[in-house]
Design a protein around this ligand. Sequence first.
Ligand SMILES: Nc1ncnc2c1ncn2[C@@H]1O[C@H](COP(=O)(O)OP(=O)(O)OP(=O)(O)O)[C@@H](O)[C@H]1O
Length: 697
Amino acid sequence: MARLGIYRDFLRDYARLERSVQDRVDEVFQEFEQATHAGLHLERIQGAADPRFRTIRINQYWRGVVLVPESGDLYLLLKVLGHDAAYRWAERRHASVNAATGRIEIWDITAVEETQTQLDAMASTAPRRLFDHLGDAVLNRFGVEAKVLAFARALTDVIQLEAAQEFLPETQYDALIGLAAGLTPEAVWEEISGSVSAERYDTEDLVAAIERTPERIVLVDGPDELMEVFRHPFATWKIYLHPSQERVVQAAYKGSARVTGGPGTGKTVVALHRAHHLASLGAGPILVTTFTSTLSDSLAAGLRLLADSEKVRDSIEVRHVDHLSYRIFSEEHGRPAILADREEKEIWRRIARKLDVPFSVAFLAEEWRHVVLAQQVSSAADYLVAKRAGRGRRLGARQKAQVWQALWDFQEELKRRRVWTYETICVEATRLLSAQAAKPYRHVIVDEAQDLHPVQWRLLRASVAEGPDDIFIAGDSHQRIYNNRVSLRDVGINVTGRSSRLNINYRTTAEILAWGLAMIRGETVDDMNGGLDTIKGYRSLVHGMPPELRGFGSQRNELDALAVKVAEWLEAGVEPGAIGIAARSGMLADSAVAVLERSGIPAKSLAKAREEDGVVRAGTMHRMKGLEFRCVAVIGANEHQLPPASAITPAAEDELTHIHDMQRERCLLFVACTRARERLYVSWHGAPSPFLISQDG
Ligand SMILES: Nc1ncnc2c1ncn2[C@@H]1O[C@H](COP(=O)(O)OP(=O)(O)OP(=O)(O)O)[C@@H](O)[C@H]1O
């Protein structure tokens, strides 16, 4: 078979096609080998800017756009579009080789020229320009060529640059956006190709450039490989990792290490590959863990896709962190009786009443979780000096004595009733593991690290001996959706000097990502290691529609409009399993399911269905964590539901906790919105949530 390169955009287009058209694409390219011998029917494009672009007929309406280099037998599949759009797209495109990065770049010179005039006019009155601080030599090192250089010099705002992503040469855009975000040239090089390079490449050799561009092009060697890629168009992470991801996967660390990065940057992908890599080196057993069961299910599914040998699969265990503690506990003591939430509140209420202390049930419960358990406080003296970082309300010595009495009574009551909470099970399991010389795992890999509680961290620390590659952590503090704050050092994990960051989002379109990021910009978020996390430099490689924001007069109207929107997506060929609906409350999500079903749309709660079930899934924003959908609707984004008053500590009662609560809710909305691959629809009734911002920022 002639070799085929598949451009990532082609796979996105393919995934959006109706099944019957996809089948037709499969047929066309399965026959590629025969067809190339018999003379492929690739149509030339009249008036094309670059004669190497051709189209191939899929059916009466659809066309594939293919790049045919003059030499060699490598064809590059670029786009699938309707007939007219395919010709329009191909007419304007130009393929070139970046002399500095060696990558192929497909771009629209005409658009660069057309936009230049407008930019020059705007720049003439601007006090400063975006790249004033960088000399031409810096930009030239990234192969920024004359036309793009003039374009870059006229930019006054990063928004103009983002808007030009669609038509600028790709690696030149990557370099410019990285530099505009304040990254050093070395950091930008790392991002683009894994290391700084002074090499100059042959700009005539398109085939070599295609082979050198694995971040954008998947090469296949035969029809079987091609069909495998078409079967899982979003799972190309199985075969290709960006150099910045690959480096983390393959690294040999002297101790614990971690990867951070914004939503959709491939942290989970890296965690899965890392488990696979360590297992292939033969050193098991390996634990892959996280904090919710929906997430551990999807980690297990990812590993099934990745791990080809039984030996590798057998040495990796995927387990929810609470299941791990439960198992260790039960092996020693038998099954624990677990205290229900309702009973816990009742105990706190009785204690507060009995001691006549002026503290709410919520305050006492949080103080127990976030101070006593988090810092292993076991006596009044310890409590008096315990750090209460993150706990806003200041307590004097007398108040502390009162609170300690309540906390102590609560723990005594648990003992008296012989009941346990998930946290106390974890504490006991940690004690059991610490007493044991042989640890159950050789490596531990943690995903969604930002939401683990300190007691869970201590359990994980105790389940693996300290040593090279002992613990690997993936997480993003900007996606923290519970109140757990931890300093890794305080729980015995040191990642200093072994932390990497991913910046390219593979999931969400640039439009949705930019809108989401604007929502959380300015929040002060810790990085779990004594510093602050930043959202600088995050970007997406793909473009799409901006988010759609809509307000209604009543919940009923809002839900009716949701049914219309979902029907529209289905009509456009989106499979029901690729549509997700997020609400702040489970009740509203259930109402959405009911309304959709009444409209004849198959829908289920996210807790009860998976993608394969082929139904629209609705659930709470918390449940959306770690998942992704082609289309996402976030509903009930109302003033009083997002954030809900019940989840926010009043500022007058405790200012710091108020700030943290607001941040958590804002991040929750950010998490829900960034689950969308292509379409995001956000609606509300009455006044909109204060977190929503208009699309122009
Ligand atoms: N190298 C890659 N090539 C292709 N697709 C990739 C690559 N890396 C990640 N992806 C895709 O990007 C999407 C997001 O990846 P992943 O879930 O690992 O990101 P994440 O950083 O863990 O996201 P989040 O923090 O939002 O949960 C997935 O669809 C994944 O398949």
